[in-house]
Structure formats: C-alpha cells, structure tokens
Design a protein around this ligand. Structure first.
Ligand code: SAM
Length: 364
C-alpha cells in the first residue's frame, strides 16, 4: 500500500508524530515546509532519512518523529470527514466476521475510510473490499486516498445509496459490515450479496439501543441466526515500574551477615581496649588525653547502624530487580457504538432431503 522503502522519498505519505494527541499525515513535497508548534521543517530535509527517525526542527523549537504509515497510524492521523471506527472496534469486527487473507467483504458507508484501510491490509491482494458511500464528495475523497495509498486493486468504491439500491454484487461476499444510520434497510440487500455455499457473517454498527433493536428484528426476519450484541469499552491501565522489595530470605541472610560482622567487631574492640589499657598503664597523663580523640567504639558502631538498604550491594540489587505494576483506572471509556453480529447459514435442501431419506434407526 504505502512506501515500503527504508528511507523517506519525495511523494511518500509519512505520518508525523508530534504528541499522542497530535499525529498528522504529510505528503512529502520538495520545496514545501511543515510548521507546527514543535518547530519549522523543510520537506526536503526529510527526504533520505530512515523511517522512524526523530528529526530536530530548524529553529530549535522541538522535534518530530517521521513514521511509515500503517492502517493503525492512519486511523490515528486521518482527516475526519465523518465519525470513524477506531482500532478496538476494527480489531473486534475483523475477528468476529472472520475476515482474513483472501476474504471478499462489503462495507457501507465508506465514510473517512478508517475501517477500509485495515480491511484492505487484512484481505490482501487475493481478497476484495466492496465499499459503498452515498455522499458524493466523501466518495470522491475516499477514492483519491485509496488510489494514492495503492489500494485501488483491492477496493472498489461505489457511489450509491445501498438502502435504496442495494449492492453491486450478488452471492459473492464472505462478510458484510454496515456502518449506516439505518442498517435494517440494507439487511435484505446484504443477504443477497452474501455467498450461499458456506456460512457467512454480518455486523451492524449502531450507536443506540433503539437502533440495535431494529437491526436485530430485521436480521431475525431475514433468517440470520446467532444474533449477538457486543460493546467495546476501553479500561486503561496505568503502568509503573517499581523496585521489587527484597525477598525475605535475602533480608534474613543480610541480617545474619550483619550480626556476624558486629560480633567480629565487638571481639576486635574488646581486644583493642584490652591492649590499650595495657599500653595506657605505661603512658603519662597528657598522652592519655590525646588517645581519647582517636576513633572510638561509638563511631564504629554508628556505621553498623546504617540501614540495610544503604549497603551498596543491596542498592545494586534493588535497582536491578524492578517490577511492572499496573493500576486499573476506574473510568471506562470507549463507547462508540454497539456491534450486532449475526450469521447466515445457507439452507441446503439436498442435505435435508438426504437426511429425510436416511433410514431411521430403530431399537431392534
Ligand atoms: N466506517 C467509516 C470509517 O471507519 O471511516 C465511517 C462511516 S460513517 C459513520 C457513515 C457513512 O455512511 C457516511 O459517510 C454516510 O455518508 C454513509 N451513508 C449513510 N447512509 C448511506 C447509504 N444509505 N448508502 C451509502 N452510504 C451511506
């Protein structure tokens, strides 16, 4: 899709990461400048630098990171023309709809193309995305982007009101995703578009419960089964790195070492004092006064009172052993919409016929 080169080249779309909240796409055009509150940059300065580089501004105001686009980064950076799907929902929908390499998928509407980029990468060149948008300007803008991002062979974008006119394919796709104000009006059209040689799946994305109820009714009436509704909520975890408390066995060993050291010291002091007393008995009075200013037992003892943690060896171990702890935030964020999923299991008359003709087992 996007550039696969190691270095940024003229004409590439790059993602300029300034802060978590300020992420922008940029088309590298020699001769143009990029200005933000994080400084002044010339596009030509970015040409030839490896993707992922941190670039300092020309006027010393800050720096930016220049990243290779991915669908995830595109969702974070894209120009919003509508409400968009975010990564938590995209990942969940992709998984539940069983979208994979080679899948044929319908999405309506295209909107800002956030979902389309992720799906195009998942299905790859062996799959196909049929995307529908009834707002002409939006459809045109999305088409331009798909071409610029090299997705034109994977995505077919049709300007169309799918609730009124249905889809352009029949009996073909593996999955349908409806992100529309009135998905129930497109359910029967979706049924037509889904292939009938194997079970297929559908998802309706609706922001409120009344809309969910209408979608569920429409799915039920159209013969979809396993209707299930989910809501994706985000619960952020704050992660901190803290020093691990020393294990108890380690503390006990340290205390034993200290005790042994203290005992040796005590015995040495007794021996020293004894020796001094013996020497003192041979000294004159002034000499004895001089002797009292020398290091004494009290100072030595104070060094033993040093807390265990300040022992240089213990310190190193505390620094080396750290643990990641996470604190769960009580606030749960992330509701964008409810996801209503259902399956369409093909009715297979031949299977039922052969089952009916099979001899019924009897007890004798
Ligand atoms: N899923 C998109 C994304 O991730 O960027 C956002 C879709 S946006 C919320 C819904 C889009 O559906 C709008 O662009 C709207 O114009 C389009 N739409 C609404 N009703 C439609 C219809 N009957 N047929 C086709 N498109 C429709």
């Amino acid at each position: 899709m996007w550039s696969t080169g190691r270095e940024v080249a003229a004409g590439d779309i790059v993602i300029v990461w300034q802060t978590r909240e300020l992420i922008q796409p940029l088309l590298i055009t020699p001769g143009k400048d990029f200005n933000s509150r994080f400084g002044h940059y010339r596009h030509s300065d970015l040409i030839g630098i490896p993707y992922g580089s941190r670039v300092a501004s020309r006027n010393g105001r800050g720096f930016i990171h220049v990243l290779r686009p991915t669908p995830e980064l595109w969702t974070m950076a894209l120009p919003h023309r509508t409400q968009i799907l975010y990564l938590a929902d995209i990942a969940f929908i992709t998984s539940w709809l069983d979208i994979r390499r080679g899948s044929r998928v319908i999405e309506a509407g295209t909107g800002s193309g956030s979902f389309s980029h992720s799906i195009a990468r998942t299905i790859g060149a062996s799959g196909h995305l049929y995307s529908y948008e009834f707002h002409e300007a939006r459809a045109e803008k999305a088409r331009e982007e798909f071409i610029r991002h090299g997705m034109q062979d994977i995505v077919t974008l049709t300007h169309r009101n799918v609730c009124k006119d249905g889809f352009t394919v029949e009996n073909l796709v593996d999955a349908v995703f409806l992100d529309l104000p009135a998905p129930w009006d497109a359910v029967l059209h979706a049924k037509k578009a889904l292939r009938k040689d194997r079970p297929t799946r559908i998802c309706c994305f609706s922001p409120c419960m009344e809309q969910v109820m209408r979608a569920v009714n429409a799915l039920n009436e159209a013969g979809f089964t396993d209707i299930t509704m989910y809501e994706t909520l985000l619960r952020p975890h704050e992660v901190h790195q803290l020093p691990t408390p020393l294990p108890l066995s380690h503390v006990i060993d340290k205390l034993k070492e200290m005790e042994k050291y203290r005992e040796e010291k005590r015995l040495r002091q007794i021996a020293n004092n004894k020796r001094r007393r013996e020497e003192d008995s041979d000294l004159s009075e002034p000499d004895k006064r001089v002797r009292t200013t020398e290091p004494n037992a009290t100072q030595d003892e104070s060094s033993l009172q040093t807390p265990l943690i300040s022992d240089p060896r213990a310190k190193v171990e505390v620094e080396e052993q750290s643990v990641n702890l996470s604190k769960v935030c009580h606030e749960v964020r992330g509701h964008t919409s409810y996801l209503t999923f259902a399956r369409l299991v093909p009715y297979a008359p031949e299977t039922l016929e052969s089952a009916a003709q099979a001899p019924v087992p009897t007890d004798d």
